[in-house]
Write a protein that binds this ligand. Structure first.
Ligand code: AMP
Length: 287
């Protein structure tokens, strides 16, 4: 695996390869776990060359404390990427991504996509996320972009970005990788208090309960009940539990009138904010 720190060097290497090969791209913020590795593995199966970026993007953190506390175990990350047979690790500085002479802020609208759920509780987060992903896509120009279902709203916004800019990039949604008790793998899990970690799988259990309850209870009752289940657990503070259309992210009332339905949740577990989701219903043409 080649480790590359500058835009120019990466572009030089990739421009030669692009003519004859497919390039897969996996953007990350590091502190890698098996969830990230599954994206690299999928990309390796479908593309000749895989680029992974590690960049803790300052513009998407609305809480400076969260940015400061974000784990950065780079040596461990490099080892994991080597074992996953990643071809290129792009490890840029903030100046490489946001140079003074390039305008990187975006002037596009996501409608409600970036206002609901995470957008409501983390204002500005998706502006920063979309800004960095667009900048990285402009640099790497991949054929395939691999993102996790775990960050469902992020993926929906990037789907919209690719469509608005008419980029010829295929977005691949990769399933959420979980710990054995069901907790979605996340770089934040290492910060969980050990006692709270034991009960953290309540988030996934509540999502699977909602999925089963969908044929028996009204959606509004399910969401209220789910919030209550989480609120009752010591150390848990849920922010939202919504059942939404998988494309528009609007809350829905009736599952029968939607072909793509997802239950999404955000919950504080002690001082760690976790998000998760399960797909309740999905059309076959969604990758
Ligand atoms: P992050 O480093 O948290 O920005 O995540 C980088 C990519 O990995 C995003 O596309 C995430 O959705 C994806 N990802 C994070 N956690 C998981 C997981 N548990 N399973 C699958 N993909 C994941």
């Amino acid at each position: 695996m080649q480790i590359i720190n500058t835009v120019i060097e990466l572009q030089n290497k990739l421009s030669v390869l692009k003519e004859k090969s497919l390039i897969g791209f996996v953007p990350t913020m590091g502190a890698l776990h098996q969830g990230h590795v599954s994206l690299i593995t999928r990309a390796k199966e479908e593309c000749q060359y895989v680029v992974c970026s590690i960049f803790v993007n300052p513009t998407q953190f609305n809480d400076p404390n969260d940015l400061a506390k974000y784990p950065r175990p780079i040596e461990q990350d490099i080892e994991m990427l080597r074992n996953a047979h990643c071809d290129f690790l792009f490890l840029p500085t903030v100046e490489e991504i946001y140079p003074n002479d390039i305008k990187t802020t975006l002037n596009i609208k996501f409608g409600k996509l970036d206002k609901v759920m995470e957008g409501h509780f983390r204002p500005g987060h998706f502006d920063g996320m979309a800004q960095v992903v667009k900048r990285l896509l402009d640099i790497v120009k991949p054929d395939f972009l691999y993102m996790g279902q775990k960050d469902f709203q992020q993926l929906s916004i990037i789907r919209s970005l690719i469509s608005q800019f008419k980029l010829s990039i295929k977005l691949v949604m990769c399933e959420t990788i979980r710990e054995t008790d069901g907790l979605a793998m996340s770089s934040r899990n290492t910060r969980l208090d050990p006692t709270l970690r034991k009960s953290a799988n309540l988030i996934y259990n509540t999502l699977t309960w909602a999925k089963e309850a969908i044929s028996k209870l009204p959606i509004s009752v399910i969401c209220d009940e789910a919030m209550l289940k989480l609120k009752k657990q010591k150390g848990f503070k849920p922010e939202y539990f919504d059942i939404v259309d998988g494309i528009t992210l609007h809350r829905i009332d009736d599952i029968k009138t939607h072909s793509f339905v997802v239950a999404c949740v955000a919950c504080w577990v002690g001082d760690v904010r976790l998000i998760d989701n399960v797909i309740i219903k999905k059309p076959e043409n969604i990758l």
